[in-house]
Design a protein around this ligand. Structure first.
Ligand code: PGA
Length: 252
């Protein structure tokens, strides 16, 4: 059975103190038995504060990026080994903002996926088409290409998660319809089956997920969770999304 994961991508928001405050409020809302379904991706510098604040709780967390080498002369970068030592479970890789502003390519992502898996971090690999690519009917082609290249060095037996994030839905308020998302997710699932031989990889949907649209999206069988930006910044909204998808969490 695939697990249902509700992940918050905080991007470059929240200081260490704000991180601690969030955790306090969130843990007061989220029952203990559901905590392990939630994942937080803070700024790297906030990871120790998050780790400390979560002590005794089973909420998992990860970094928003990592380097593809374990160490070396790479000024300003973070090694997957360091992230692991910080207590990270996941590494978010290939978010569209990384692709757009930091020129991350699928080739580089292939190396990152491999190195993250080497140290036991679970990659959460983001894929998704732009509005133009969708309008010109290239969605499947783009998804296939991104997955094929980025997973070319996937370590067999290692854990992996995927986030389908159509670029046109990120931070725009324009969420994919449950049908559009389900269609892309089932295509991704088939593609991954061909590439690495399994249908058991959790595929999360991301792009303007809010408490209002979470229930309908969570009813789709190929949607195994959410990657949430804006609505993950408020403990009440983040929890409300989890609460509305509880029927899937309990099933898992
Ligand atoms: P959003 O961001 O929920 O604010 O659209 C999603 C993301 O960037 O992962």
């Amino acid at each position: 059975m695939r697990e249902f994961i509700i992940a918050g991508n905080w991007k470059m928001y929240k200081t260490p103190n704000e991180t601690k405050l969030f955790v306090k409020e969130f843990l007061a809302l989220c029952p203990k038995k559901l905590q392990s379904q939630f994942v937080l991706f803070p700024s790297t510098i906030c990871l120790p504060s998050l780790h400390e604040a979560l002590s005794g709780a089973s909420v998992r967390f990860g970094a928003q990026n990592c380097h593809y080498e374990l160490e070396g002369a790479f000024t300003g970068e973070n090694s997957p080994r360091t992230l692991k030592e910080f207590g990270c479970h996941f590494a978010l890789l290939g978010h569209s903002e990384r692709r757009q502003y930091f020129a991350e390519t699928d080739q580089v992502l292939a190396k990152k996926v491999k190195t993250a898996q080497t140290v036991g971090l679970i990659p959460m690999l983001c894929v998704g088409e732009t509005l133009q690519q969708r309008q010109t009917g290239e969605t499947y082609k783009v998804l296939e290409q991104q997955l094929k290249v980025a997973l070319s060095d996937h370590r067999s037996g290692s854990q992996l998660t995927i986030a389908y994030e159509p670029v046109w839905a990120i931070g725009t308020g324009q969420v994919a319809t449950p049908e559009q998302a389900e269609d892309a997710h089932s295509y991704i699932r088939e593609t991954i089956k061909t590439l690495i031989g399994t249908t058991q990889i959790p595929i999360l949907y991301g792009g303007s997920v809010k408490p209002d649209n979470a229930l309908e999206l969570s009813k789709k069988p190929n949607i195994d969770g959410f990657l949430i930006g804006g609505a993950s910044l408020k403990p009440t909204d983040f929890w409300a999304i989890g609460e509305r998808s509880q029927h899937r969490i309990i099933d898992a």
